[in-house]
Design a protein around this ligand. Structure first.
Ligand code: GTP
Ligand code: MG
Length: 373
């Protein structure tokens, strides 16, 4: 939609508004955050930020598809509170995975504990009677990439900062991604069990990076955690629950299902398996689905414990089988009217994808190149 403001462009492409304003300033056109940009300028700025506009275009097509399918979710009765979706971001080795495992293991029955080592892209826990869905993104780069593709799945970011290391380059990047996403951030000051950590220094570093701790009068709760001793885990979950209650994240189980693919792979026995997050609607076995370049009829749905489900309402992390090819992380999925519609859309995408990759590769230079195409 044009005109677009610096703020909305920043949110759309996952780059800080400040960066965009600096770029405009350098062009000799200083603008405020709410100033409008014309389409051409917005496209140029996105390109400079390395955001692929074909992908943006694709997103617009998909959003239209959502509109068409649902007639605007607002019109359909039955919107209800859905589980909150939380993404954990932070610098390398600051304890994201260990923290996720610790949060999950508190919720896993003993006999199932072995299942934790098995990789899962997302899972759900229950705390104080509220369901929370944690998304295990491979890192902030993937988070930014998914956001740039319009796959804005997260409601809340938990920013993990190791108490012994403080704010590091990837912490700063994670902060700007979270701010660009416009979602609440809760800080987990992790590894608090280590001897001689300097909490004040970490709080200071957070402040200088525009994350002013609540205890210093700011907006950001800083929870002291240890993934190894489990200190602070309940408090972290409690803070997530409070934040969720404040925002009342809603979903509608009564519209055609759509959401985002977190990751996918080919399994020897079961064919293509895709981890999906249902954002709106209810996905059911037998639904005809389009997901990026893939399509197919949903054969099986598994929850994060590997149990088979018949259907999955909003905010449910699931693994599904039935797609014909492996979709990418950040690809949107949609339940379509029938398998023909899904196939046609998938095929036209694949054709376009091939055309683009041919164009991107430039002219073939050797006979071998030609044959390989
Ligand atoms: P990447 O995925 O590589 O970015 O790292 P990560 O943030 O997921 O860190 P990871 O969970 O792999 O933890 C890194 C190291 O820190 C591991 O050796 C963990 O055992 C250790 N660690 C994580 N949390 C804590 C903690 O609370 N206390 C202590 N003492 N060690 C921790
Ligand atoms: Mg990790």
């Amino acid at each position: 939609e044009f005109p677009i403001t610096i703020r909305s462009l920043s949110e759309a492409i996952g780059r800080p508004a400040k960066t965009l304003m600096t770029m405009m300033f350098q062009r000799g056109e200083p603008l405020t955050i709410n100033a409008g940009l014309d389409e051409e300028t917005a496209i140029e700025l996105s390109m400079e930020c390395g955001v692929d506009l074909e992908v943006r275009h694709e997103r617009d097509i998909e959003l239209e598809l959502v509109e068409k399918l649902t007639g605007g979710d607002d019109d359909v009765e039955g919107e209800t509170i859905r589980p909150t979706i939380v993404t954990i971001l932070g610098h390398v080795d600051h304890g994201k995975t260990t923290l996720l495992d610790a949060l999950r293991s508190a919720n896993v029955a003993d006999g199932e504990a072995g299942g934790i080592t098995q990789h899962i892209a997302a899972y759900q826990v229950e705390h104080e009677g509220q369901k929370i869905t944690f998304v295990d993104t491979p890192g902030h780069a993937a988070f930014g990439e998914m956001r740039a593709r319009g796959a804005n799945v997260t409601d809340i970011v938990v920013l993990v900062v190791a108490a012994d290391d403080g704010v590091m380059p990837q912490t700063k990047e994670a902060i700007s991604h979270a701010k660009a996403a416009g979602v609440p951030v809760i800080v987990a000051m992790n590894k608090i069990d280590l001897q001689g950590v300097d909490e004040q220094r970490v709080l200071q570093e957070l402040s200088t990076n525009n994350v002013l701790p609540a205890e210093w009068g700011g907006d950001y709760e800083v929870i002291r955690t240890s993934a190894t001793t489990r200190q602070g885990l309940d408090e972290l979950l409690h803070t997530i629950v409070l934040t969720a209650e404040l925002h009342e994240y809603k979903g509608n189980p009564n519209v055609p299902a759509h959401g985002v693919c977190l990751e996918a792979f080919r399994d020897e026995g079961r064919g293509v398996l895709a981890w999906l997050i249902v954002q709106q609607g209810t996905l059911r076995i037998g639904d005809d689905v389009l997901c990026g370049p893939a399509y197919g009829r949903i054969r099986a749905i598994y929850d994060d414990h590997g149990n088979e489900l018949e259907e999955a309402p909003p905010s449910t992390p699931i693994k599904v089988s039935g797609l014909d090819v492996v979709p990418g992380a950040g690809d949107h999925f949609f339940a379509m009217a029938d398998i023909d519609e899904a196939r046609e859309a998938a095929e036209s995408r694949r054709q376009r994808g091939r055309a683009e990759s041919l164009a991107g590769r430039g002219l073939p230079r050797t006979l071998e190149d030609i044959l390989n195409q």
